[in-house]
Design a protein around this ligand. Structure first.
Ligand SMILES: Nc1ncnc2c1ncn2[C@@H]1O[C@H](COP(=O)(O)OP(=O)(O)O)[C@@H](O)[C@H]1O
Ligand SMILES: [Mg+2]
Length: 368
């Protein structure tokens, strides 16, 4: 008669699986949860630090194969779950409790100037995170040029309940923009103190609820609104969007300084509209604005280069009808690029937040 399978056998089989971000075994990291062994049937969950983990499928496959190979194992049931790491629970009282208390990660999307695709990037990164099952919100803090209402195709005036503003829903995300309140044809001219008030309302009076990620589309540059936001919001990290021909290192440096001042880590630089692939020449990449601009900028500034997003006319087409490329052309290279970037960003945030213990405590059940 074969010896019964033990917890130690299963954990031993899983131990060689290493999380590349933490450089440690998934067993030692406490990712293996709810282990149950009933005769030859083994079931367990692997709890990742973000649902957007790009190596999710690899972990699942490796775990299944390794445990299946144990003598006596008849079936293996692996459940992939996530407990998104992020900011520690905010105290119920005090100044911190007012600002985004239920938001675990706040990502600022910034750029030196307008027109580089900052809003497009913010929306598609948010959607990519949402696709993985994360709870996501997106705040358009570009009060001078709000565009979220157009990009997502929602423009109902948000409801107010007991002095709280309820965000609109779009594609399963909570959304807020000045564009919900102003007429498209009326120019938006806000003066400094008004901007401060608006941003403050967006952060304090909007009912964001519990979110894994809040993506914030910052106004371009380092003006009033951007400064107010970076000073007020508990930002987990920032990404800077550029184009290959936007080689304004001065602007990029200013942006970095702005985040440095408030101790917000800059996760890296994204180069948008990098190259064009004609539909009839699918393996060509034409770097219309020159190659490697974003990467060079990143090097000069000693920040990471996160990746390129190609030019795709469907980005514009979809943007005009409230269908971001992730929805409009989900299999396009541009959509894939945004998904990959979202995964990278989510992982970086999870690593940054490892000092914060996960909310649920690690427990392993063993049923013989
Ligand atoms: N990867 C892309 N391919 C094609 N067009 C793009 C791409 N990214 C952005 N655009 C287009 O460029 C214009 C500016 O983008 P937007 O996101 O509004 O920039 P920003 O917020 O930086 O001002 C929009 O018309 C948008 O559709
Ligand atoms: Mg914009």
């Amino acid at each position: 008669m074969a010896l019964p399978i033990t917890e130690a056998d299963v954990l031993g089989a899983l131990r060689p699986i290493v999380d590349p971000d933490f450089g440690k075994s998934i067993v030692d990291l406490g990712f293996v949860k709810s282990l149950r062994i009933e005769g030859g049937r083994v079931a367990f969950a692997i709890e990742l630090t973000t649902p957007a983990c790009p190596v999710k499928a690899e972990f699942e496959k490796a775990a299944r194969e390794r445990v299946s190979a144990l003598p006596g194992v008849e079936s293996v049931d692996v459940t992939m779950t996530a407990n998104t790491r992020g900011r520690a629970a905010v105290p119920a009282t005090g100044p911190e409790s007012e600002i985004l208390p239920g938001v675990r990660n706040t990502i600022a999307v910034a750029s030196g100037k307008g027109g580089v695709g900052k809003s497009t990037t913010a929306v598609n990164l948010a959607l990519a995170l949402r696709e993985t099952g994360a709870s996501v919100g997106i705040l358009d803090a570009d009060v001078y040029g709000p565009s979220l209402q157009l990009l997502l195709g929602v423009n109902a005036r948000p409801q107010t309940i007991e002095r709280k503003i309820l965000p609109n829903e779009a594609y399963g995300m909570k959304t807020m923009t000045m564009g919900f309140f102003v007429n498209e044809s009326s120019p938006v001219i806000w003066r400094g103190p008004m901007v401060h008030g608006l941003i403050s309302q967006f952060l304090k009076d909007v009912e964001w609820g519990t979110l894994d990620y809040l993506v914030i589309d910052l106004p371009p540059g380092t003006g009033d609104a951007a400064l107010t936001l970076t000073q007020m919001a508990p930002l987990s990290g920032a990404v800077i969007v550029t184009t290959a021909n936007d080689l304004s290192l001065i602007d990029a440096r200013k942006g970095l300084k702005m985040f440095e001042k408030v101790s917000v880590p800059v996760l890296g630089i994204i180069e948008n509209m990098s190259y064009f692939t004609p539909p009839d020449l699918p393996d060509r990449k034409y770097y219309i604005f020159g190659r490697g601009g974003g990467e060079r900028t990143a090097k000069e500034l000693s920040v990471e280069f996160l990746g390129e997003v190609p030019i795709d006319p469907r980005v514009v087409e979809g943007g005009d009808v409230g269908r971001p490329i992730l929805v409009h052309a989900p299999d396009s290279d541009a959509a894939r690029a945004f998904r990959k970037l979202a995964g990278t960003i989510a992982r970086k945030l999870a690593v940054l937040a490892t000092d914060t213990p996960p909310l649920a405590d690690a427990s392993i059940e063993w049923v013989s």
